[in-house]
Design a protein around this ligand. Structure first.
Ligand code: HXC
Ligand code: NAP
Length: 287
């Protein structure tokens, strides 16, 4: 979507960049000239991802092993990235944990693990980077937080994730105001369903894929393509979006609105049925 080399001056950390959407975003950002540090827990996965991304793009990409639940580890990853690229001026908080479960079945630890990865993890990386940007007077800076549409609607059966993502959304909007004076922008992206192994294994296991096929409840009748999300995030990282701050951009083919509109399910009514209904409604006019 963007012109070649339009991210030449961007040095970006992507948490959870070794798989799924994080890796897809890394690929597109590298193609546009950015330098990218991916970080997560599994070193083997990170090594393989770096090799794959280097081969595909020829770009400057490195990894840091980092559990975002630990502030010490996000600090270490940040300074490793600074040492590697000279500075960091963008961050994509993408790492997440999630699984479906009735809330009453969750142990306290199971609830905590999701809050810790998503909300505490985003806080840790954001605070590490924010303090560094202020101290070093680095600007402009762009932070993109990956949330979901249920960050603002809520959702049953993923309550820890919904609670944590809602917190990330509040953090995004709050810091967009507070840290704008330091030259930082904060935006969030709320994707609908984009197939990844990480999400599908935990949210649509077994035959749930067929039973609750997400494409069926999306007005555009398909799931998202990784490149579509990566293009949007590239734009938000770039200076072309320099006046967008504190925004949450939904990219879900209309899914959440389909669930919200009171009469949206009427799309199942056939043209013939509409003829009959029209007659019935008109016949009531003079009763
Ligand atoms: C109930 C479960 C459970 C399940 C784990 N637990 N899975 N409880 N149902 N299916 C419980 C465990 O029993 C344990 O509690 C506690 O959770 C912690 O589990 P661990 O396995 O020890 O944790 P850890 O090794 O840190 O792994 C974290 C994880 C795992 C979240 C559980 O799935 C993970 O590493 N996920 C990372 C990737 C990921 O989740 N990607 C999907 C993102 S998709 P006890 O009490 O027994 O000790 C996404 C999409 C959003 O966010 C929107 C979609 C449209
Ligand atoms: P994914 O491949 O499972 O990505 C999650 C990443 O987070 C993994 O690379 C994982 O790596 C990393 N991670 C997990 N816990 C971590 C921790 N404690 N510290 C550091 N890294 C950690 O799933 P995905 O679908 O690409 O999800 C990416 C983002 O998109 C998430 O924020 C998710 O909520 C969001 N999202 C996805 C969808 C979708 O349909 N796929 C929809 C809406 C929103 P390790 O396990 O190696 O640490």
């Amino acid at each position: 979507m963007l012109r070649e080399n339009s991210l030449n001056d961007k040095k970006i950390i992507i948490t959870g960049g070794g798989s799924g959407l994080g890796k897809s975003m890394a690929e597109v950002l590298l193609r546009l000239g950015a330098q990218v540090m991916i970080c997560s827990r599994n070193e083997e996965k990170l090594k393989n991802a770096v090799a794959e991304l280097k081969e595909k793009t020829g770009g400057k990409v490195a990894y840091a092993v980092c559990d975002v639940r630990s502030f010490e580890e996000t600090e270490r990853a940040l300074y490793q990235a600074v040492e590697t690229f000279g500075q960091i001026n963008a961050l994509i908080n993408n790492a997440a944990g999630n699984f479906i479960s009735p809330t009453e079945r969750l142990s306290a630890r199971a609830f905590d693990v999701i809050i810790d990865i998503v909300l505490r993890g985003t806080k840790n990386m954001t605070l590490s980077a924010g303090k560094y940007w202020i101290k070093e007077q680095i600007r402009p800076v762009s932070v993109v937080n990956i949330v979901t549409t249920y960050a603002f609607t809520g959702s049953a059966y993923v309550v820890p994730s919904a609670s944590a993502k809602a917190g990330v959304l509040a953090m995004t909007r709050s810091l967009a105001v507070e840290w704008a004076k330091y030259g930082m922008r904060f935006n969030a992206v709320a994707p609908g369903p984009f197939p990844t192994k990480g999400a599908w294994d935990r949210l649509l296991p077994g035959n749930l894929k067929e039973k609750f096929d997400p494409a069926k409840r999306i007005p555009l009748k398909r799931v998202g393509e990784h490149i579509e999300l990566a293009n949007l995030v590239s734009y938000l990282i770039s200076d072309y979006s320099a006046y967008i701050n504190g925004e949450i951009i939904t990219i879900d083919g209309g899914e959440w609105l389909y669930g919200a509109g009171q009469f949206n399910a009427l799309e199942q009514i056939s043209p013939g049925q509409w003829d009959a209904l029209e007659q019935m409604i008109k016949a009531k006019k003079n009763e």
